[in-house]
Design a binder for this molecule. Structure first.
Ligand code: 3HC
Length: 696
């Protein structure tokens, strides 16, 4: 069946696109549109309406076609036809009109949309810019300020706002086709001109110029290292300074530069990786997730409170439980304070916060959890304490309740073992701050039922997280890899790099925060205590953490004690390099018989990223992660790994597995031979020329 159909309705030529799931602008859709435009040009229709079936208007170009040779008609060919079509053209939008989909709508003379619809140009999230006129038409219709926000941030804009900003012309309620046909008839009756965005004037006021300059600065900071955001601003400037066709040509040039940029390949990989992560390999498709109508959280601390916020915001009632009413009150107060900040920043209104808070009930009585569907424990990171909580839960919770632990390191099996229902126990590992960070590791215990896993993945998505399935091992996916990464950072420090150099190298490369600064932020005592619990085998080379251990023993616990690897400005919390720490590292090196040397930024980045990927490959081979791209999702959504580098596994694949293995072997000849045992999977793939991406 054709994905594009054409019929006449009351003298209006209706072009209907039906290309599930999201009406992406595939080659078949473009061809169908060209045929329909040809037909409509010749028939008796007075006007043309473009509308879509299914859940949404066109959600953009078909991303799966990117990187392949272009096939005619291209999106631009089709849009040239639409833009110069002899009939009046109108787009009828529902769901989300995104990217090339919204650009198609922008090529129509008028746009109407359901009140629930959204429009947007999210290309920047794929390392791209709107390449079919979006950067030239949007500022002409909406002005520079809205264009900058819409295109550089990539977030969709609700219909009402789009109406105010001039991006759409009419909001419709109820039946879209009926409302749109009425609207087209009105336009015909009014003899509305065939208005084209390309013909509208656009110039930059002084205020606009300032807005562009300030966006350049803030984006350089916020999207550090990404090329697309700055190129988008170049395009918006071109829209004001060049005639329309020259502006389009400039947009094309910069779009092509983005398309061949490895950053976009990495971000497109992340787009599909995120969606892939939701799929559970080998699970019987008949397994359906359960509905979760209520949630209990044990532990009203920062973590428990953050988790409670996620569920309450999704409209799921939460019972937040702690040992006594003081702890519960303190927890609820902390949540209220968080929301007060959000209201100040305009993220929520007072009314929204009141509605969210109404979903959170405090309690210090386990009996209140008797009928709760899902309980998540978020207490102190200690096995015995957690086991006590699970014993209590097992005795009060209904038989089909799901019991989850937010542990970062403890064995889910040891926790499940104290209950009478190990099949209903799993790990749900949130990341701090839990109300902000998108990653959720869903940890499968040896006995966890598929239905429980499917439910946790589904509810994770419902509360806005990106769930990734992990198997059981110390640290699961993310924290296990973090140990190799952190250890390598420590070794660089002992060998002669300074904290500021290590953090600077990683941050310039794209990490949200360097590893040394992360240590200070998390608190150096946390790692210290965790190391105390490790077996000698888990600990690896004990000398690796010598500087960190000494700092803790000196009372330098990181930001919370005012100093760790760095000193901190008490007002701004800015890092201040501390010569005494550099001296301490030199002293530790001397004690270990290590001769300090100058280390390049390139070596730091190489060592840290290879250490991550090497451990990632082991995790993959052991079946702890389902696929290499899941590991990339964990790192990009949970650990500040730059999306435009595509995650640690994508990064190592992009540099070439053979090259990576050779480099690791060379590193193994230096000081740190033990840490550079190449993962057998990497060795095998490098030899066979196969890809990590395809390895299952
Ligand atoms: N191309 C190809 N496949 C797409 C796609 C696209 N543009 N958008 C979504 N899909 C696929 C997804 O991969 C997923 O496939 P799967 O079921 O096999 O995993 C399926 O459609 C459903 O997608 P979601 O799971 O994301 O569904 P949601 O309902 O949660 O979200 C959406 C729908 C808001 C449309 C979301 O999919 C989305 O944001 N899509 C991307 C939109 C986008 O980036 N468009 C711009 C493309 S670039 C462009 O247009 C260039 C132009 O300027 C020249």
């Amino acid at each position: 069946m054709s994905v594009v159909t054409y019929h006449l309705k009351d003298a209006i030529g209706v072009i209907t696109i039906d290309n599930p799931p999201v009406n992406a602008m595939s080659h078949a859709v473009r061809s169908g549109l060209v045929d329909a435009l040809d037909t409509a040009a010749e028939d008796d229709s007075q006007a043309l309406l473009i509308i879509c079936k299914g859940r949404t208007f066109i959600a953009g170009a078909d991303i799966s076609e990117f990187g392949k040779p272009p096939k005619s008609p291209t999106l631009r060919d089709m849009l040239d036809m639409l833009d110069s079509h002899p009939k009046l053209t109108v787009a009828a939008i529902h769901g989300t009109a995104l990217g090339g989909g919204f650009e198609t709508a922008l090529c129509c003379n008028y746009r109407c949309a359901l009140d629930t619809a959204k429009v947007g140009l999210p290309e920047v999230k794929l390392g791209l810019l709107p390449g079919a006129g979006g950067t030239q038409r949007t500022p002409r219709l909406a002005g520079a300020a809205d264009a900058i926000t819409l295109i550089t941030q990539g977030n969709p804009m609700p219909a009402e706002q789009a109406l105010t900003s001039g991006l759409i012309d009419q909001v419709v309620q109820g039946d879209l086709l009926a409302g749109a046909v009425d609207y087209v008839h009105r336009l015909i009756a009014e003899d509305a001109p065939r208005r084209r965005a390309r013909d509208l004037p656009f110039s930059l006021s002084d205020e606009d110029r300032e807005a562009i300059a300030s966006a350049r600065k803030s984006l350089a900071k916020k999207t550090r290292g990404e090329h697309a955001p700055q190129r988008i601003l170049d395009c918006i400037e071109a829209a004001a300074t060049l005639d329309f066709n020259s502006g389009l040509a400039r947009e094309r040039e910069l779009f092509d530069a983005c398309m061949t940029d490895p950053q976009s390949a990495a971000m497109r990989h992340m787009f599909f990786a995120e969606r892939q992560a939701a799929k559970i390999q080998g699970m019987d498709p008949s397994v359906a997730p359960r509905d979760i109508g209520s949630v209990g959280i044990i532990g009203a601390g920062t973590m428990g409170g953050g988790i409670a916020m996620c569920f309450a915001q999704a409209g799921i009632p939460v019972t937040l439980l702690d040992m006594n009413s003081d702890a519960v009150t303190a927890g609820l107060d902390r949540i209220r304070k968080n929301y007060a900040i959000s209201v100040k920043r305009g993220r929520f209104s007072e009314e929204q916060v009141n509605a969210i808070m109404a979903n959170i009930e405090g309690s210090s009585d386990y009996a209140d959890l008797a009928e709760t569907d899902l309980v998540i424990e978020a207490v102190f990171e200690n096995l015995a304490v957690k086991q006590d909580v699970f014993r209590s839960l097992d005795s009060v919770c209904k038989a089909d309740a799901i019991l989850a632990s937010n542990t970062s390191y403890q064995s889910i099996d040891d926790i499940a073992a104290v209950t009478s229902r190990p099949q209903s126990v799993l790990g749900t590992h949130f990341f701090s701050p839990a109300n902000v960070m998108k990653l959720l590791e869903v940890v499968r215990g040896a006995q966890t039922d598929d239905e429980i896993i499917a439910t946790a993945m589904a509810v994770g998505k419902k509360i806005g997280k990106v769930p990734v399935l992990a198997g059981m091992c110390y640290g699961f996916i993310g924290n296990r890899m973090l140990r190799s990464y952190g250890r390598e950072a420590q070794l660089c420090l002992i060998e002669g790099a300074t904290p500021a150099q290590i953090d600077g190298a990683m941050e310039r490369w794209g990490m949200a925060m360097g590893p040394i600064a992360v240590g200070d932020l998390a608190g150096l005592d946390i790692g210290y205590k965790a190391r105390e619990q490790l077996t000698p085998e888990q600990k690896g080379k004990p000398a690796s953490y010598i500087v960190a251990d000494r700092l803790v023993e000196m009372g330098r616990l990181g930001q919370k004690s005012g100093a760790g690897y760095y000193q901190y400005d008490p007002e701004t919390r800015a890092r201040i390099e501390d010569p005494s720490v550099i001296e301490l590292a030199a002293q530790c090196a001397a004690e270990l018989g290590i001769k300090q040397r100058s280390i390049t930024d390139e070596e730091i980045v190489d060592r840290l990223t290879l250490a991550l990927a090497n451990e990632g490959a082991r995790i993959l081979e052991e079946g702890i992660a389902q696929r290499a791209s899941d590991i990339d999702v964990v790192y990009c959504f949970g650990y500040g790994f730059p999306r435009h580098r595509g995650g640690p596994m994508w990064t190592i694949e992009a540099r070439g597995l053979d090259n990576a293995v050779q480099r690791m072997k060379a590193l193994g000849n230096s000081l740190d031979a033990d840490n550079w045992q190449v993962a057998p999977l990497l060795q095998q793939l490098a030899e066979s020329g196969e890809s990590l991406k395809d390895w299952q």
